[in-house]
Design a protein around this ligand. Structure first.
Ligand code: FES
Ligand SMILES: [Fe+2]
Length: 364
């Protein structure tokens, strides 16, 4: 397999008109160096889903997470009266010798104390105390502060971004609120139910590609195909997200009637909205040829249907895992040259690849 070159003049990196577009070259999904490139060019410069609002309801509620290799702690601050204040994404890396402040989620903390030597930070990230540092000449705790990442709460979900170059959050989700409201969804009403994680033998981009098209549904997901109306399946593109939608079949099925909305947010977040239910997917790179997908389930109300929903989702997921793993083997075989995309059914894949090409051009 030829080594990929990232010079912006390389033809494969040029923007491609949709009607003549080809898929990305196989080395993009296979070369070990891509894990680092994706971390720096994509994950470090984009919004990452890091939790949901109920985890940070009160002052001092916090949870650790990781964005592009940087440990963060998302924490609800306090106002002057000690009541609920702003949400922050502090670097979870102590300014003494890089120890962790938070190693698990907790509620109502008054401060964050490093697990290594006990330096203590306020919920705003300022150092409040450093034990036995009296002899350290010129050391002024007031000058020590944890760096902060950007953080946003939207529709009951919490996102963080490391980099000033990530697009403004409003542009990421522009138009989604109106679309959700029109379909009768209010995601903030939903309550977290459970997380299910899958480790998969494919590059994270193989999984995202597969998510972004319904072209494979009739062949790979026969049961899902029966619940959806494939003929009416549509894809709409926005600058930083896309939406696949399908009316649910009106025959009595698992999901009842209404509309299925499948939002993808650049680069690795999915929001699968069905009547009374939200499922978020977060696709995490585990290095070359491997990824983890975390499914978080939210419902208005838990019911017998929640269990059936999770079971059905697991079936569909295993169908996707089987095909994505086979695709990864095909990409790694040395046999594959980039094929033509289907403009009718794969506009979401084209859109994702255009954003990737742009990210790679910007960050050689
Ligand atoms: S590393 Fe945090 S107190 Fe030493
Ligand atoms: Fe699928």
């Amino acid at each position: 397999m030829t080594t990929l070159r990232f010079d912006p003049a390389e033809p494969w990196l040029a923007a491609q008109p949709q009607d003549t577009a080809r898929a990305l070259p196989a080395p993009c999904y296979v070369e070990p160096s891509m894990a680092l490139r994706d971390r720096d060019a994509v994950f470090a410069r984009s919004w990452q889903l890091v939790g949901h609002a109920a985890q940070f309801a009160g002052a001092g509620d916090h949870a650790p997470c990781d964005v592009a290799g940087v440990p963060l702690v998302i924490v609800r601050g306090e106002d002057e009266a000690g009541a609920r204040g702003p949400l922050r994404a502090l670097h979870n890396v102590c300014r003494h010798r890089a120890g962790p402040l938070a190693t698990c989620a907790a509620r109502g903390a008054r401060a964050l104390t490093c697990q290594y030597h006990g330096w203590t930070y306020g919920l705003d990230g300022r150092l409040r105390g450093a034990p036995e540092m009296g002899r350290a000449e010129g050391f002024d705790p007031a000058e020590v502060t944890l760096p902060q990442a950007r953080v946003e709460q939207w529709q009951g979900l919490v996102f963080a971004a490391l980099d000033a170059q990530a697009p403004p959050f409003e542009t990421l989700v522009d138009g989604i609120d109106a679309r959700l409201a029109a379909a009768g969804h209010d995601l903030a009403d939903l309550r977290f139910h459970q997380r299910v994680s899958y480790d998969i033998d494919c590059d994270w981009k193989v999984y995202v590609d597969n998510y972004l098209e319904g072209y494979h549904v009739p062949r790979v997901h026969p049961a899902l195909n029966a619940a959806l109306d494939y003929a009416s399946y549509r894809t709409e593109l926005a600058p930083w997200h896309s939406l696949q939608s399908s009316p649910l079949d009106t025959a009595p099925t698992l999901y009842g009637s209404g509309e299925a909305l499948y939002f993808w947010l650049w680069p690795n977040t999915m929001l699968n909205c069905l009547p009374g239910r939200l499922q978020t997917n977060r696709v995490l790179s585990l290095g070359s040829g491997r990824c983890r997908v975390e499914f978080d389930f939210f419902y208005i109300q838990e019911s017998a249907q929640s269990a059936a929903d999770a079971q059905f989702s697991d079936l569909v997921q295993h169908e996707d895992i089987t095909i994505c793993s086979a695709v990864q083997r095909g990409l790694a075989s040395g046999s594959y040259e980039p094929g033509r995309l289907n403009p009718l059914r794969e506009s979401g894949v084209w859109h994702f690849h255009e954003l990737l090409r742009s990210a790679y051009r910007d960050r050689r």
